[in-house]
Write a protein that binds this ligand. Sequence first.
Ligand code: DC
Length: 220
Amino acid sequence: MNNKFVIAIDGPAASGKSTTAKQLAIKLKYIYIDTGAMYRASGLCTLLQNISLDDEAALKEMLDKISIRIEYEEDGNKIFLNEEDVTERIREADITKLSSQIAVIGMVRKKMVELQRKIGENGGVIMDGRDIGTVVFPNADFKFFMIADVKTRALRRWEETKEKGESITLEEIEEELIWRDKNDTTREISPLRQADDAIPVDTSKMSINEQVQFIYNKIK
Ligand code: DC
């Protein structure tokens, strides 16, 4: 595809955004940006630097100096925090929770949005997150809002954790998703919500191929 569109994909955790976005990026020869990974890296940074989320001065200093670099690979993004590869570390449970907690803070969001707009300014990008169609790129060429019922999402995550050899129960995953949905949708700044002009995609009963094809057809 020649056009350098900006494609926004938002939705709750485990709704199929990143798997779909990754495959779509390959098909369209676009760059894929996982913005959740950027909040995860910021959360990890507070942990490594021993910064409390309510210490505004320390957070500001951290954000002034932070470097979050993304390398684009076909099987996903590699994330570097201050030049250290944190791709695996940011997927661990403590960082998952911390990323949702740090994402309520205005100055953190401001910094992440700034970085995201810079990456996407020339188009040819598929960005997934919670506020891409509402805040980061309100004029995106295409906006999709992916949803799936919580049981389906929990099962998907559980299967991923089993593949990685992690021992976490399905119930624990479901509880974590419910907690995160609530935190992400009820925060004051840029809560997770469907943009008025976004196309909803309920992936509960769709295969990954169907999700990719559905979005691809809309763009075509
Ligand atoms: O997509 P993810 O599950 O890796 O995102 C981790 C957290 O980051 C998520 O719970 C909320 C936050 N986030 C956000 O607030 N805005 C985004 N654009 C992306 C993620």
